[in-house]
Ligand binder design. Structure first.
Ligand SMILES: O=P(O)(O)OC[C@H]1O[C@H](OP(=O)(O)OP(=O)(O)O)[C@H](O)[C@@H]1O
Ligand SMILES: O=c1cc[nH]c(=O)[nH]1
Length: 195
């Protein structure tokens, strides 16, 4: 039986089937606590750190990890946001009017050890674009990548230093990260494309 969801083939949404929950809200929270400790341990403290979240879900991750590091080290960590939609190398497939927004980093990245954060690492193209955007703001001492989920299938030589969970996936699967600040829900689920 074929599924018809709209008048034209172009506007049909792919059918998705939920395969299971990978992380609950409390598992996400515990993972972020562990990652905050790892960041501090591997950087000998937090004094030279700057946190940068990639819109959309990297932003609440950076904010939460910033709060956790502040609790551990008793010092605030500069935290900013990158919106990389303008820098993606696949704009032609991103829709007719991709949004272009100014990034508000809000602190000087020069000489800092930057922890760049996103929810999912897949092909690596978002991170490549984020690095371009970041270096438009200055020259950090280092850039270390943190992702909540690494699902494999890299198309570029990009690896994360801090990983919440490594999830082997097929290309027909999608990881959906839901965070309360963005989605009014909190979990990570695995879904499968069935169209
Ligand atoms: O490694 P990549 O192949 O670049 O994929 C990873 C990116 O895909 C998702 O963003 P998406 O473009 O779906 O936008 P969203 O964050 O607004 O959901 C996710 O949040 C990562 O940023
Ligand atoms: O599975 C994926 C791939 C890219 N981005 C996501 O959010 N999930």
């Amino acid at each position: 039986m074929s599924e018809v969801t709209s008048a034209t083939p172009e506007s049909r949404s792919p059918r998705l089937r939920e395969k299971g929950r990978l992380m609950s809200a409390s598992e996400i929270e515990r993972t972020l606590v562990r990652l905050a400790h790892e960041i501090v341990e591997r950087n000998n403290g937090a004094s030279n750190l700057g946190l940068v979240g990639i819109k959309r879900r990297g932003v609440p991750l950076a904010a939460r990890i910033g709060t956790l590091i502040e609790k551990i080290e008793k010092t605030p960590v500069p935290t900013g946001t990158l919106d990389i939609s303008f820098y993606r190398d696949d704009l032609s497939t991103a829709g007719p009017r991709p949004t272009v927004t100014q990034s508000e980093l809000g602190f000087d990245v020069n000489g800092k050890d930057i922890i760049l954060m996103d929810d999912v690492l897949y092909t690596g193209r978002t991170i490549r674009a984020a690095l371009d955007a970041l270096f438009d703001h200055g020259r950090p001492k280092s850039v270390q990548l943190l992702v909540l989920i690494d699902r494999g299938h890299r198309e570029l030589p990009i690896e994360a230093r801090f990983i919440g969970r490594t999830v082997p996936t097929s290309r027909r699967e999608i990881i959906e990260v839901k965070l309360r600040e963005v989605d009014n829900d909190e979990q990570v689920i695995l879904v499968e494309l069935i169209d």
